[in-house]
Design a protein around this ligand. Structure first.
Ligand SMILES: Nc1ncnc2c1ncn2[C@@H]1O[C@H](COP(=O)(O)OP(=O)(O)O)[C@@H](O)[C@H]1O
Ligand SMILES: [Mg+2]
Length: 352
């Protein structure tokens, strides 16, 4: 077994563009680590304070105490509800900071105050602002390691390349620990391979597009270790830092092929599958009854029924046809509803 790093690391999550999942991943890493090691979760997003607002829904009390408070002698760490020991350090009043940018060099303050956190001898997980500006460079200057979060689209890919170049220009590329592919709806193998060569760093893992993660985000919940999102985050973290999480506790992750199912959560597809199943049930019943009364049913009709059942089964098994069935069924439902409304309205008018 590989030994866990003896000294806790300061880790920044960085991405080429906003919305790639840094905030959710940072919170989930901290939540998962919290079972095993002391950990401080830091919001260093001077632009949107995403982590502060996310945790603000359910997990923290104080929105305004922050990393860049000039008056505080000690960093205003606060407890995170639902965590064992994990602590949170917010960004504070980021709108006021933005207005006073001229008088206060935020990038330098971020670098110094994040470096100060070393004295707590905890793991420090820092959620950065999207893109790579001076603020994020300040954070990257302070931490030990940088984890890149990349989405599967071309923009995110290009933007990440830009981040790597910018980090290299500042002598910080050496800190890049690896990259994570997030919101994958297809087999990530090819993308992972090309990103490894383009970004020149190791592939830590992929996280599927997970509708439950979106839901959790909206209501301010942090995905559990056992959830799809949590399991994939824990696995990617363990690839970066083997031995910190007990290997037995890292849940199984999806095979590359299984990622395809993440794209099939279209409700029309589910509806189509249900319609196909119902049609098969009806056809199956008819065929079974026809077998009993075989003499009365001509061979052709029997064969046609079996053929139809096969076709319905096939249509229900394939994603595009299943979705099409769902779509047709939905429009049928919609138009029937509309007809019923027109019908009832005209009847009321007639009575009046
Ligand atoms: N694997 C995922 N599957 C589905 N949605 C995701 C995933 N990761 C993040 N999201 C969603 O993407 C949005 C942006 O995430 P966030 O963590 O705020 O990104 P960032 O901090 O990089 O701007 C949120 O709605 C979040 O729920
Ligand atoms: Mg964010």
């Amino acid at each position: 077994m590989v030994d866990a790093p003896k000294i806790p690391r300061l880790v920044a999550l960085v991405s080429g563009k906003g919305g790639s999942g840094k905030t959710m991943i940072a919170a989930t890493i901290a939540y998962v680590l919290d079972y095993f090691v002391p950990c401080i979760l830091v919001d260093a997003d001077t632009g949107t304070a995403g982590l502060t607002y996310y945790l603000g829904i359910k997990h923290i009390e104080n929105f305004t105490a922050g990393l860049l408070d000039k008056s505080a002698a000690e960093p205003p760490l606060q407890r995170i509800k639902g965590f064992e020991k994990g602590l949170f350090l917010g960004i504070g009043d980021h709108r006021r900071l933005e207005r006073n940018r001229k008088e206060f060099v935020i990038a330098e303050a971020l670098r110094d105050r994040i470096s100060d956190l070393r004295k707590f001898e905890s793991w420090v997980i820092v959620d950065c602002r999207g893109g790579i500006d001076d603020d994020s460079l300040g954070v990257c200057g302070a931490v030990d390691d940088i984890i890149l979060v990349v989405e599967g689209d071309t923009t995110s890919f290009q933007a990440t390349q830009h981040v790597v170049e910018k980090l290299a220009d500042h002598g910080l590329a050496i800190k890049i620990k690896g990259f994570v592919l997030n919101k994958m709806i297809d087999d990530p193998t090819i993308l992972a391979r090309s990103a490894t060569s383009v970004l020149r760093t190791q592939y830590l893992g992929a996280i599927p597009f997970d509708i439950d993660a979106v839901r959790a985000f909206i209501v301010g919940e942090i995905p559990e270790l056992e959830s799809v999102f949590g399991a994939h985050v824990a696995s990617a973290f363990s690839r970066a830092y083997p031995g910190v999480l007990p290997p037995a506790r890292v849940p199984r992750v999806w095979s590359p092929q299984e990622f395809r199912s993440a794209g099939l959560r279209d409700p029309r597809s589910t509806q189509g599958g249900l319609v196909a199943a119902a049609a098969l049930l009806v056809l199956g019943t008819v065929i079974a009854r026809a077998e009993f009364t075989f003499s009365e049913v001509t061979r052709e009709v029997y064969r046609a029924l079996v053929g139809a059942a096969f076709l319905v089964g096939l249509a229900g098994a394939l994603e595009p046809t299943r979705r099409l069935i769902g779509q047709v069924f939905q429009s049928y439902l919609d138009s029937s509803l509309r007809l019923m409304q027109i019908f009832t309205r005209s009847r009321t008018r007639y009575r009046e």
